[in-house]
Design a protein around this ligand. Structure first.
Ligand SMILES: Nc1ncnc2c1ncn2[C@@H]1O[C@H](COP(=O)(O)OP(=O)(O)OP(=O)(O)O)[C@@H](O)[C@H]1O
Ligand SMILES: Cc1ncsc1CCO
Ligand SMILES: [Mg+2]
Length: 259
């Protein structure tokens, strides 16, 4: 089946659901993107909390509406805390989302993410090289950056989605969101989104939030991608570089919900 194009009614619906339900998103994410991720979640009307201790994380995973696991600055002790949080989220029937940052060449994060695949993530969001590597089809990108296009990684995303019954979002110039049967294509945004750190990581937090919503998960995750693309496009038009882009991007996300 050829990909559907994300429609604006779905985007508005998911955005409204996030703002009215304000999901509490438990973020176990990397050191680089903590504040940006929290600000993105606040701008769309969700509620972020960064709880990382090995004792507190499983407690909080049971209370929060959704959990994000991002391995960008993984350590062995963080991996242990993340695993207990995932197990707790699963025991409490809370959806969790994986961002496999720089998976491929590096052993600790690659083995850890491969193991997590058996713990039923609701969604996975990564760039093309990360999704290819997670599916076992390449050795990863250049550090945290992709060296492949999302279209190239779509078959890997579809295979991975079918294999573990999750929604997989592979992002880039075009985003593809798939459950292995149906695929939604999300266009927009701009390359300036890759010139500030953490747009992908923050998107994964928005994907995590969207997994807690009622309705079709694939459609909600695609809408999460659409929200970020649209704000990225608006922000690019009014900004003059990466610095002003960040402020304009947060303002655009915030404004989407006020319309
Ligand atoms: N060339 C591009 N044109 C338009 N949008 C893009 C482009 N590249 C990335 N994006 C958008 O930027 C956001 C981040 O996607 P990307 O695939 O770069 O994630 P990432 O590599 O994991 O990022 P990071 O690791 O910095 O958080 C997504 O919303 C994506 O759609
Ligand atoms: C730059 C960087 N290094 C580790 S995580 C991260 C954030 C982007 O993924
Ligand atoms: Mg990334």
């Amino acid at each position: 089946m050829p990909p559907d194009l994300l429609n604006s009614v779905q985007l508005a619906h998911t955005s409204h659901l996030i703002r009215t339900r304000s999901p509490l998103v438990h973020c176990m994410t990397n050191d680089v993107v903590q504040t940006f991720t929290a600000n993105v979640l606040l701008a769309i009307g969700a509620s972020p909390a960064m709880v990382i201790d090995a004792v507190e994380a499983p407690q909080f995973a049971a209370l929060a509406d959704a959990l994000l696991i991002n391995v960008g600055t993984l350590t062995q002790s963080r991996a242990a805390a993340m695993r207990t949080a995932v197990e707790s989220a699963n025991a409490s029937h809370k959806p969790w989302t994986l961002d496999p940052v720089a998976v491929g060449a590096l052993m600790l994060r690659t083995e850890f993410c491969q193991q997590l695949l058996s713990l039923q993530p609701a969604a996975i969001r990564g760039n093309a090289s990360e999704i290819l590597a997670l599916a076992g089809m390449s050795r990863g990108g250049r550090g945290v950056d992709t060296t492949d296009t999302a279209a190239t990684a779509l078959p890997a995303a579809q295979a991975l989605a079918r294999q573990i019954s999750a929604v997989v979002a592979v992002t880039g110039e075009v985003d593809y969101v798939t459950d292995g049967r149906r695929t939604v294509r999300v266009t927009g945004g701009s390359s300036l989104m890759t010139k500030v750190v953490g747009t992908g990581c923050a998107l994964s937090a928005v994907v995590a939030a969207s997994c807690s919503l009622p309705g079709d998960r694939l459609d909600n995750v695609a809408a999460a991608c659409g929200l970020m693309k649209r704000a990225g496009g608006v922000a690019t038009e009014i900004s003059t570089g990466p610095g002003s882009f960040v402020a304009a991007f947060l303002d655009a996300l915030y404004a989407e919900g006020q319309a």
